[in-house]
Design a protein around this ligand. Structure first.
Ligand SMILES: [Zn+2]
Length: 353
């Protein structure tokens, strides 16, 4: 294989992406938590005991099965007298956030948090009756596909000079106040979920009031500082129409290859406006002892046990940022080398030509 040329090209590319290489480790652990690794089970015990605080629920990812059985919630009454149900830890974190905001004379309350699937159906029916099915489908999440089902999504409202400002169109004008609120979210394990200008990824327009608890301050800070959506962080956004060809492997199951592709997409999510077109498993021929040895040379402490190669096609934007590609060009058969650790999780070890 053309390993030497690959490595030398990779060295410069890797420098630019080193900072983001760790970004998907959390989602990787989550996606492999079903494996029988005792180490993973210990690390993730908090998650396997109850709900997964990193679960993605959006227009294409339904509420995970059995979620409602495992969910522990509390009820509170807000300043306008409504009952609001919130996941327990998310509520504790919200109270801390609220206190911190009050110290800066910013006052918020909870408009709504958890909605059961049945409640969502009722809202959908009401909107359909009042505004028609098209508008309802655009405005209201499909029952089963609302992040509010999780109990971890909170819609805030503002209290300005002692007055409740609850309506979206009234609240949205207070941009300075929202900016101050958003600055504090990550410190308490929250992220802003529907970022401005990212509707093509999140499926929703900008909602400064909709925050999501993920129970991990470091991850929340990472997502916030990168300015990316939760979808991108989790590698769930592929950039539009992407063909994925798992080919035929006698070594890996399709699920195993899917887990590997998630890792590739996760890394790729940081390539800015580069447009992903295709990902293809390069075949069992690349699964050699020699290539495994190469992976372990690149990451001497990783202890990789298996290797796989994928080939990617993508198109670069007209204006190239940090990446060393040609502008407005098609790239094909761009190589991604992944290796598997003893607990079954895939890691992207290198990529390049
Ligand atoms: Zn909301």
């Amino acid at each position: 294989m053309k390993k030497l040329s690959i490595i030398s090209l990779l060295l410069c590319l890797c420098l630019t992406v080193t900072l983001v290489l760790s970004a998907c480790s959390n989602s990787e652990t989550a996606s492999t938590s079903e494996s029988d690794s005792t180490e993973a089970a210990t690390v993730d015990s908090a998650k396997t005991d109850g709900i997964d605080y990193m679960a993605l629920v959006n227009k294409t990812h339904p509420l995970p099965e059995n979620w409602e059985d495992q969910l522990e919630t509390v009820h509170m009454t807000n300043s306008v007298g409504d009952d609001v149900e919130v996941e327990k830890k998310a509520y504790d974190a919200y109270l801390e956030l609220k206190t911190a905001l009050e110290a800066e004379d910013i006052h918020v309350d909870l408009d709504s948090a958890r909605r059961s699937v049945a409640d969502q159906q009722r809202i959908m029916d009401e909107f359909t009756e009042e505004y028609g099915a098209d508008y309802a489908a655009k405005t209201v999440a499909q029952p089963g596909y609302s992040e509010h089902h999780t109990g971890l999504a909170l819609d805030l409202y503002l209290i300005i000079d002692g007055k409740d400002v609850v309506e979206n169109e009234d609240m949205i004008v207070y941009t300075d106040i929202w900016a101050k609120i958003h600055e504090k979210l990550a410190d308490y394990g929250f992220i802003l979920r529907y970022l401005d200008g990212e509707e093509h990824i999140t499926g929703y327009g900008y909602e400064p009031w909709h925050i999501r608890y993920i129970d991990d301050v470091d991850t929340a800070k990472e997502i916030t500082s990168k300015g990316i959506t939760f979808e991108e962080y989790l590698g769930a956004y592929t950039g539009g129409d992407v063909t994925v060809d798992y080919g035929t492997s006698e070594i890996y199951t399709e699920d195993e290859l899917k887990d590997a592709v998630i890792q590739i997409k996760c890394k790729f999510a940081f390539w800015g406006d580069v447009d992903l077109k295709s990902i293809r498993y390069a075949g069992d021929e690349a699964v050699t002892d020699e290539n495994l040895k190469w992976m372990n040379e690149l990451a001497p402490d990783a202890g990789y046990t298996q290797v796989a190669e994928f080939l990617m096609g993508f198109h670069t934007p007209a204006e190239i940022g940090e990446l060393t590609f040609n502008p407005d060009a098609d790239y094909t058969n761009y190589q991604w080398w992944l290796a598997r650790t003893s607990d079954g999780g895939w890691e992207v070890v290198s990529f390049g030509y």
